[in-house]
Design a protein around this ligand. Structure first.
Ligand SMILES: *Cc1c(COP(=O)(O)O)cnc(C)c1O
Length: 230
């Protein structure tokens, strides 16, 4: 098996000449492995559990940019609000409202992505395009001074049907263009990021205009959820 540093190197080569950034998804992996990636110059890390994100942030170098990529519960926003650099997974107005409140308490502006529902699967969280347009048009949203919507995030259907995945990524790109046209004149909207693509589908995502791929297992190896924690 190739090392973390080698994997990162190969991703850097793939992304060279594009404006696409690599989010190293380190969920379930021990801090030693994150440190190894850090030593190989990786600075953006993504986690999907608040407690794990907070614990790792405490022990790892302070110049890491921590991205929250998983479903975020409102009662946990306060733990990451002091330091999180980007939240990919805003999936409801109520969640964004809580992020606004906690960002204000920390005297920060927190960058956020709106998670859009693009897959066929029923289980994925997210807004529909219509819901986003309605929400961004509201007075409630315009009053949120401590958040900034910098783009969109989506997950494609987990399928080997490439055409299906491509169609879903392409639809996210189209939505992002439409939202940019409609809302980038607002002070708290500056849409430029499209977070799409994971280990299994990032090549398609890059071709379809991704600006941030979220890659876990292709960097750190397969996750083993079965191992008991000590
Ligand atoms: C785990 C996860 C990833 C990375 O998945 P891999 O298949 O390991 O690359 C990307 N995005 C989200 C939201 C995740 O939860």
């Amino acid at each position: 098996m190739s090392s973390i540093a080698e994997n990162l190197h190969s991703f850097r080569q793939k992304l060279e000449g594009t404006s696409c950034k690599l989010v190293a998804v380190s969920k379930t992996k021990p801090v030693e492995m994150l440190q190894e990636a850090y030593d190989a110059n990786q600075r953006i890390f993504g986690e999907n559990k608040v407690q794990e994100l907070v614990d790792k942030h405490e022990v790892l170098p302070q110049d890491i940019q921590w991205h929250m990529i998983g479903h975020l519960q409102r009662n946990k926003v306060k733990y990451i609000a002091p330091f999180v650099s980007l939240i990919h997974s805003i999936d409801s107005p109520r969640l964004l409202n809580e992020v606004q409140k906690r960002a204000a308490q920390n005297d920060r502006v927190i960058d956020c992505l709106l998670q859009l529902f693009i897959a066929e699967e029923e289980t994925k969280f997210g807004f529909s395009k219509e819901e986003v347009i309605e929400f961004l048009s509201s007075e409630e949203f315009k009053a949120m001074k401590n958040i900034r919507i910098v783009g969109v995030m989506g997950m494609a259907t987990n399928t080997s049907d490439e055409a299906q995945v491509r169609k879903e990524f392409s639809s996210l790109k189209d939505i992002s263009e439409e939202l940019k046209d409609k809302f980038n004149n607002l002070e708290n909207v500056k849409i430029s990021e499209i977070s799409m693509g994971m280990s299994g589908d990032f090549p398609i995502a890059i071709e379809e205009g991704s600006t941030m791929i979220r890659v876990g297992s292709a960097i750190f190896g397969a996750r083993n959820y079965g191992t008991p924690k000590h």
